[in-house]
Design a protein around this ligand. Sequence first.
Ligand code: DX5
Ligand code: ZN
Length: 229
Amino acid sequence: MEKKTLIRPSLLAADFLHLKKAMDLLVRLKIAFVHYDVMDGNFVSDISFGEHLFIPLFGKYHKKIAFDVHLMVQNPLHHLERFYALGAREISLHYETIAPFLPGIERFKKKHPDLRLGIAFSPETQTSLVMPLQSLADFFLVMSVVPGKGGQGFMESALDKISMLDYFRKSNNLSFQIMVDGGINEKTGRECRKRGADILIAGSSFFHSQDPVAFFDTLTKFPSDDRIG
Ligand code: DX5
Ligand code: ZN
């Protein structure tokens, strides 16, 4: 039986001169979530966009599509609070940034049960380090590129991380989701699915495709019997 792979396009790869057109396309395709990459020029060297762009986009589209906010920022608690206050309910923070803020993040999460919190982790971070955070994480975001830029090549090392998380989830009867972000295309997306990924973030391959509608269809139709284990 066919099981739909969940694809979330990353707005970072959209044509910024035509953001409305990009958002309208996602709505037309009935895509549930758009991935919104926030970069602060500190945790990563580039600056992308923040709450000032989020406010009008969320205002116009939140009834039609949900926003998944990926915070690549040095102070994740501050931005978690801000984006939650603005309406985001699915937000991921980087493992590499959270240590000084952990008690505050835990309190915030407890106070807001409708928040789905993700723990993202960079290629240099070992999976065994993030696993103890499973009670805090509704999902893990495996970075398959160095965070900070779109359009990079997929790092194969992400595949073993997905397998490890999937094994950890199965053997402990846990229910967190596994998301993969960076360099996803038809081939790498399929590999990720085989290893147990639930959700794939696709930026360049989606928005730069000649035919994003056909591309989206192909990616979503990976059959479930493709999966290993
Ligand atoms: C990278 C971002 C990704 C990026 C994915 O720092 O977190 O979400 O937009 O873009 P592609 O699919 O182009 O690698
Ligand atoms: Zn991202």
